[in-house]
Design a protein around this ligand. Structure first.
Ligand code: NOJ
Length: 907
């Protein structure tokens, strides 16, 4: 009965999360224990124990209350980063260390150490860490700027492993050795083992990070309230403005002030609560593990974000079509229906790249099988899609139906690949198929076996081009408290689930990625979408914000959530357009499309009981507005692709908060209803009903605002009082502005899908700054393979200055024979107006180009039809004495001279 009830709650959510299913800090013994700590700290470093090597200093730490000894190691790392590792010197048994989040062992930096009676100073390049003996604290300086203090408030608590005493100390928290939540007993065989410490960011005026929460981008104080919690959980109907944990958990937190941004990466995958005391102080509390912290010293926001991705990796450039529009719902029920959906898009002239299949395509939720009654010929369906220039993505969840006749289940069971109960039997819990077991992806052999399932030899009704959707991988178990695997379940090498819970999905996506790589013999870039994630998941997968709802608040939340996720390393983020639950009113639905067209992952999805809502079902103005939004996304695909290439190459976020580009404008620190794409576009989606205008912040730089241009018509935005502008919007308007000083590539030929746009020409949109200058980049390759890792690409820099636009190859060693030509160059607000333009390439070939000023737009157009992007070239604007005129004038002059000379001869 209980099972059925929870299943129903899981599927048919109406409004709000059932909070009672999920633990609060007060209901978690470890959180209570650590939250009760107050300073001054009772830890000191032990004189005479310092050991130093080239890159690190290690000193013993003592808890002065029970004399337990720990080691504290500080390492200097490349890129203004320190690592602090604190563990027990001789633990009863090894404590869990996260190993899968980092992309590789961090690169070390040389250090230099000095010691006095009261402190140890560790210098690394221009930075230093100063350990104060008693009470213990560590201050970090970037140059001479005090950037962070570890344990400044004395909240450090490191619970040493102990054998269970025969009689419990009455002063101890009563649930320290065993804990019950909603009738489920957590046996805690290792007893209490929490770790916690506070961090103080002296320069900070805003704290942000630690996704995933459905909350503001800036963290709010939690004193007297629930802390933010990081624990990957399936919270059906998650609420707005909530610090409850949801699907993802990334323990990186940033403090930003005008002169200094500092990051703290709390490298721990256990249940974690984060208290925010004020704009400068936080308190991290984890159930198990060690203290392992990366201190990112910035100093700018962008540098700090890059320091984090240097550690945890970036997203490989996606295949271009994954940046286009995706259509999903739970479920397209038959293979005919899939093709009908595509046909209907074509009928109303809306581009589409990928159709998604949810769980109903399978035979009874047995993944790696098809329901043959509804999808009798999956390969034929995939071929039909390819013929239409489209792709397919289907879902593979981590629960495996307990059914001996299902060979994937039986083989995993026989090989011992499932997560175990503490008694060694296979763990079982309820999910979509019914009673299920869960593959232990931490076991390399189990992960490999799972990955093998993607190979065509094992799953023939699959194709090398399909994308994969890993859902329910928090992992979700319907019939237990917190809807997930119990903490005392056991993984590979005997580690309890409590240590690594939030890494589970990460390990699944690692396996999926491996399977997809091998499926195409390493040729095609895998596309995976995951619901749960941890630090580093960006290396394998895109994410979306899960089961949102059809209200304006959730549209707003999609921006805040993706901003937090982006600065935590995962740039490929989006939300279910329209809201997963419900039936969005038409105005909201249109606005959601207009917003999502400017978010990295662009997919419409809906619950099984939501009325059908493919955009072709819209009519009139709404249909036109959605068509317009999807088409602008397609036109800008070269820009998106270039941004994702630059994310892979440099490590900064694609979608980024305003403070990344304007770190000194205090008015943008808390702003989370507008953002930037790279440093080129400012996006301010309309997120309220009946809006007639939106407030946009155009941050001043040195007291002056830059020039900005509306990307729909290149109207220049001027006269902003102090940088704030109220911009008029009608139903069709998506307020997006190109920054003066930038050049953006587009493909303007309208097609049904991105596959059909491969050879289309590029247009450049030049937005000049106050000095009449601009720069931009364009990246081109085969749009799908890894050949770009072997130099097969073009990476171009465009520069406009002195009335000339030029194109140069950024990497001389790179080469790609691009079929794309330059269609036209559009230059906004150019004064004075040139009369013509002259093209010259590196081989000194030259020709004249026509310029025009179309009535309906606010830019000059240079028609450039046959210019190859493979060449380096310059286009020079000609004014009164333009080249054409020169030739004509020169001719006239000779004619007059000849006449005069003839006259003279005659005389
Ligand atoms: C939960 C996911 O969040 C949702 O997007 C999906 O449709 C359902 N599971 C069914 O697979």
């Amino acid at each position: 009965m209980k099972t059925i009830l929870i299943l129903i709650v899981g599927i048919c959510f109406v409004s709000g999360a059932d909070r009672s299913l999920f633990k609060t800090c007060g209901q978690s013994s470890f959180c209570r224990r650590c939250r009760n700590v107050s300073g001054p700290s009772n830890y000191v470093f032990v004189q005479g124990t310092l050991a130093v090597d080239k890159n690190s200093a290690t000193v013993e730490i003592q808890n002065t209350q029970n004399f337990h000894i720990f080691t504290l190691k500080i390492s200097g790392l490349m890129d203004n980063t320190f690592r602090v590792e604190m563990d027990e010197k001789s633990p009863l048994s090894p404590r869990f260390r996260v190993t899968e989040a980092l992309q590789q062992e961090p690169i070390l930096e040389n250090i230099d150490v000095t010691i006095s009676d009261s402190e140890i100073i560790i210098r690394s390049k221009m930075n230093r860490a100063v350990i104060t003996k008693s009470p213990l604290k560590i201050d970090f300086y970037r140059n001479d700027v005090h950037a962070l203090t570890f344990n400044g408030n004395g909240l450090l608590r490191f619970e040493e492993l102990r054998t269970k005493p025969a009689v419990l100390d009455p002063s101890e928290d009563p649930d320290s050795w065993e804990e019950t939540f909603m009738d489920e007993v957590d046996s805690k065989p290792r007893g209490p083992e929490a770790v916690a410490v506070d961090f103080y960011f002296p320069e900070s005026e805003v704290l942000f990070g630690i996704p995933e929460h459905c909350d503001s981008f800036a963290l709010r104080t939690t004193l007297g309230d629930e802390p933010y919690r990081l624990y990957t959980l399936d919270v059906t109907g998650y609420e707005i403005d909530s610090r409850m944990p949801i699907y993802g958990a990334i323990p990186v937190l940033y403090g930003h002030g005008a002169g200094q941004t500092t990051g703290v990466f709390w490298h721990n995958s256990a249940d974690t609560f984060v208290d925010v005391h004020d704009k400068k102080t936080v308190h991290f509390i984890s159930e198990t593990g060690i203290i392992d912290v990366f201190v990112l010293l910035g100093p700018s926001p962008k540098e700090t974000f890059i320091q984090y991705t240097k550690l945890t990796g970036v997203t490989n450039l996606p295949q271009l079509h994954n940046l286009a529009y995706h259509q999903s719902r739970w479920n397209y029920m038959t293979q005919q229906e899939v093709i009908e959906v595509v046909d209907n898009f074509d009928l109303v002239d809306i581009p589409l790249d990928t159709v998604w299949l949810d769980i109903e395509y399978t035979n009874g939720k047995r993944y790696f099988t098809w329901d043959k009654s509804t999808f009798p010929q999956p390969l034929e369906m995939m071929q039909n899609l390819t013929d239409l220039g489209r792709y397919l993505t289907f879902i593979i969840d981590p629960h495996v139906f307990v059914d001996e006749d299902y060979s994937f289940y039986a083989q995993n069971r026989a090989r011992g690949y499932y997560i175990k109960n503490s008694d060694g039997s296979d763990y079982q819990g309820v999910c979509w198929p019914g009673m299920s077991s869960y593959v232990d992806y931490f076991n390399p052999e189990a992960r490999r076996f799972y990955a093998d399932q993607y190979l065509l030899e094992n799953f023939a009704e699959n194709s090398v081009t399909t994308g994969i959707w890993n859902d329910m991988n928090e992992p979700t178990v319907f019939d237990v408290p917190e809807k997930t695997i119990p903490r005392d379940a056991v993984h590979f090498n005997g580690w309890e689930h409590r240590n690594l819970h939030s890494l589970y999905a990460h390990m699944q996506t690692k396996g999926t990625y491996d399977g997809m790589m091998r499926r195409s013999n390493g040729e095609l870039r895998p596309f995976i979408l995951t619901r749960a994630f941890f630090s580093g998941t960006q290396r394998y997968s895109a994410v979306w914000t899960g089961d949102n709802t059809d209200t304006w608040e959730y549209l707003e939340a999609s921006i805040k959530m993706c901003l937090s996720i982006s600065v935590a390393g995962i740039s490929f983020c989006g939300s279910d357009v329209g809201g997963f639950f419900g039936d969005p009113e038409e105005e909201l639905f249109v606005r959601w499309y207009q917003a999502a067209a400017f978010q990295p992952f662009f997919r419409s999805h809906a619950n099984f009981d939501s009325p059908r809502r493919e955009p072709y079902l819209l009519e009139g103005d709404s249909l036109a507005a959605v068509r317009d939004a999807i088409k602008i996304r397609y036109a800008m695909l070269p820009f998106w692709y270039t941004m994702f290439y630059e994310h892979e190459r440099f490590g900064h976020p694609v979608m980024t908060p305003m403070l990344t580009n304007y770190p000194h404008d205090t008015r943008v620190f808390n702003l989370d209803n507008q953002y930037m794409l790279s440093d080129v576009l400012l996006v301010r989606p309309v997120t309220s009903k009946n809006a007639t205008e939106v407030e946009v912040r155009f941050p001043p730089v040195d007291g002056i605002t830059e020039l900005w241009y509306d990307v729909t018509n290149y109207n220049k935005i001027e006269n902003m009082a102090g940088g704030t502008n109220f911009y008029e919007v009608d139903r069709f308007k998506y307020p997006v502005f190109q920054r003066g000083g930038t050049i953006m590539p587009r493909k303007e030929t309208e097609r049904k899908s991105s596959m059909l746009m491969v050879d289309d020409p590029i247009s450049l949109f030049v937005a000049l700054d106050r000095n009449n200058e601009a720069t931009g980049t364009l990246y081109i390759d085969d749009e799908k393979s890894f050949n770009y890792h072997h130099g097969e690409y073009l990476y171009l820099r465009f520069t406009f200055s002195d009335n000339s636009l030029s194109s140069h190859h950024i990497d001389d060693h790179a080469h790609f024979e691009s079929s794309n030509k330059l269609a036209r160059v559009c230059i906004a607000d150019l004064n004075p107006r040139p009369l013509s333009a002259t093209y010259t390439n590196a081989r000194n070939e030259t020709r004249e180009l026509d310029v025009s000023y179309p009535d309906d737009v606010l830019y000059l157009v240079i028609e450039t039809t046959d210019i190859s992007l493979n060449d380096e070239w310059t286009i020079k604007l000609n004014y009164e004495s333009g080249a054409k005129q020169n030739i004509i004038c020169g001719g006239l002059l000779i004619f007059v001279l000849v006449l005069q000379f003839g006259k003279h001869l005659l005389n």
